[in-house]
Design a binder for this molecule. Structure first.
Ligand code: SF4
Length: 207
């Protein structure tokens, strides 16, 4: 069980302004939020949840730097997508850049959802990472709280992965659109033959 509270107030690795440090990106997913959506997995998380499906995302070292403008253009180049989901890693350690990205995408008509290992109360407190309020203000949906293995839910109709996590629907339009489940899986086969497995607990795995 992970109940880490001694988090620092800023991520340990500096990211150039205007850029995100991401672990990966999927162009079109149906298992990481409502409808079809792009998914951005950010790099860096200091929670070390037991049973984390995405340990490769823990390191804060630079993995893949991408500018906010380039990532926005990539996401908007797919007309099938109605939204974007931020996962990780911990999205709120890169909250200012994700808030800028979200604002661009919302202006273009997309909805925005994020996972976070922080609870909503932590994100609204003085201990929140920088930019947390800006990012919260852009979100239509938030799933909050760390993954707790002893409280795991493996259900075909649960959008959360463990019982402590909560679904916050900030935009009432999505009240009746919570149709995906945290234990669904998609396998994306990339042009170079590598695979991305995504959906299970809202995370990704590279193969
Ligand atoms: S489950 Fe999520 S919050 Fe927990 S260590 Fe993995 S990436 Fe971080």
């Amino acid at each position: 069980m992970t109940t880490q509270t001694n988090y620092t107030l800023k991520p340990p690795v500096e990211i150039p302004p205007g850029y995100l440090n991401i672990m990966g990106y999927v162009d079109e997913s149906e298992v990481n939020g409502p409808g079809r959506r792009a998914v951005v997995w950010v790099q860096g998380c200091d929670r070390a949840c037991s049973g984390c499906f995405n340990k490769a995302s823990w390191s804060f070292e630079i993995n893949q730097l991408i500018s906010i403008d380039e990532l926005a253009a990539k996401i908007l180049s797919n007309p099938n997508n109605t939204g974007v989901t931020f996962s990780g890693g911990e999205p709120f350690w890169q909250a200012p850049a994700l808030a800028q990205l979200a604002a661009k995408l919302k202006t273009a008509g997309l909805n925005v959802m994020s996972f976070s290992g922080f609870t909503l109360a932590e994100l609204q407190s003085e201990k929140a990472p920088p930019g947390a309020q800006e990012l919260l203000s852009q979100l239509d949906i938030l799933i909050d709280g760390p993954y707790v293995e002893s409280l795991a839910i493996n259900s075909p109709d649960s959008p959360v992965s463990s019982k402590n996590q909560k679904l916050h629907i900030f935009n009432p339009e999505f009240q009746d659109k919570i149709t995906w489940a945290s234990d669904q899986i998609e396998i994306h086969i990339l042009k170079d033959g590598s695979r991305i497995i995504t959906g299970f607990r809202g995370h990704m795995n590279l193969d």
